[in-house]
Design a protein around this ligand. Structure first.
Ligand code: NAD
Ligand code: LMR
Length: 328
């Protein structure tokens, strides 16, 4: 039995993500939580003819507890999105507290659940989550994921456009580092199958992958950031976790994880000099089965991108850890 939960379920990402989870035959129970409108979203989805039983909760009447009890997979897109001119770090002030409070609920009511964090700034909200889970003595690094799938989805799409591949699902680009601007490092040299990017398009392509989020923020012109592509990416990651838990082998997805705590991660953490970092991760019944290290064979351009990314990541990680450590 799989119980999936969406925290922030009435939002721009939350609604389409909940729709995809409701439509999935892999989900038996779906609990939706938000500070507004979650019972309405749940009532709407509950008319869909698929197996999942849907419930919706607000904070009143122990709503968070009722949402989380018995959960196996908790996806968190709660929090404010960017407007033009903002960085993801500008969201920290509000979203850090939201993530802290929701993770406190996870620690209390479903400490063994797989936790998928979408709320930005991911580079800092995942370290916050780790610290809060540690305080409650329930931190299992193999079960905490920062969702960076959208960067990989974008990389596939944009590379496919350039090389003329009709179906971008056939193109797999490892994207490592973090999830914001120059902390996002696409490793185009390791694209499978290997592709040849024209020299005059290379830097523009890297920039588009790093700043794809800004492209959407600008186009939405004040109405928020990526929601539909994020719901697609978030569902893809949640589905991969659920499939791996059910015993499917060989599933690899990139994710921003606490490297020193996951199999294969310690060596990568030492190489990059930061503890939280996105790499392609092999998933298994207990979450991260193995963090894989693609950095051994990257080219000089990619090494430079990596250097810049690590600098930015250090600041973002420290900010998250400091925030959570200052909490009683
Ligand atoms: P949105 O404003 O449309 O929805 C956010 C929802 O969170 C709202 O329904 C709101 O009521 C709810 N919420 C606020 N505080 C809450 C709380 N304490 N408990 C439960 N729910 C709460 O925003 P959105 O477009 O869905 O984006 C959500 C977050 O996802 C943003 O921080 C955005 O930056 C981030 N995001 C991340 C990625 C990624 O790749 N990781 C991609 C896109 C967006
Ligand atoms: C994205 O990459 O689309 C998200 O992180 C949202 C944003 O703020 O750009």
């Amino acid at each position: 039995m799989v119980k999936a939960v969406v925290l922030g379920a009435a939002g721009g990402i939350g609604q389409p993500l909940s729709l995809l989870l409701k439509a999935s035959p892999l989900v038996d129970e779906l609990a939706l939580y938000d500070v507004v409108n979650s019972p309405g979203v749940a009532a709407d989805l509950s008319h869909i003819s698929s197996p999942a039983k849907v419930t919706g909760y607000l904070p009143k009447d122990d709503g968070l507890q009722n949402t989380l009890e018995g959960a196996n997979v908790v996806v968190i897109p709660a929090g404010i999105p960017r407007k033009p001119g903002m960085t993801r770090d500008d969201l920290f002030k509000i979203n850090a507290g939201i993530v802290r409070d929701l993770i406190t609920g996870v620690a209390k009511y479903c400490p063994k659940a797989f936790i998928l964090i979408i709320s930005n700034p991911v580079n800092s909200t995942v370290p916050i989550a780790a610290e809060i889970l540690k305080k409650h003595n329930v931190f299992d690094p193999s079960r905490l994921f920062g969702v960076t799938t959208l960067d990989v989805v974008r990389a596939s799409t944009f590379v496919a456009e350039i090389v003329g591949e009709k179906d971008s699902r056939n193109i797999v680009v490892p994207v490592v580092g973090g999830h914001s601007g120059d902390t996002i490092v696409p490793l185009l040299s390791l694209t499978k199958p290997s592709v040849s990017i024209p020299a005059d398009k290379h830097d523009g392509l890297v920039n588009r992958i790093q700043y794809g989020g800004d492209e959407v923020v600008k186009a939405k012109d004040g109405a928020g950031s990526a929601t539909l592509s994020m719901a697609f990416a978030g569902y893809r990651f949640a589905e991969s976790v659920i499939k791996a838990v059910r015993g499917e082998k060989g599933i690899v997805e990139p994710s921003y994880v606490y490297l020193p705590g996951v199999p294969g991660g310690d060596e990568i953490a030492k190489a990059v000099g930061v503890d939280f970092f996105a790499v392609p991760v092999e998933l298994g019944p207990n979450g991260v089965a193995k963090a894989t290290n693609p950095l051994g064979s990257i080219n000089e351009d990619e090494k430079k991108l990596l250097e810049v990314a690590i600098k930015g990541l250090k600041t973002n990680i420290d900010k998250g850890v400091e925030f959570a450590s200052a909490e009683p």
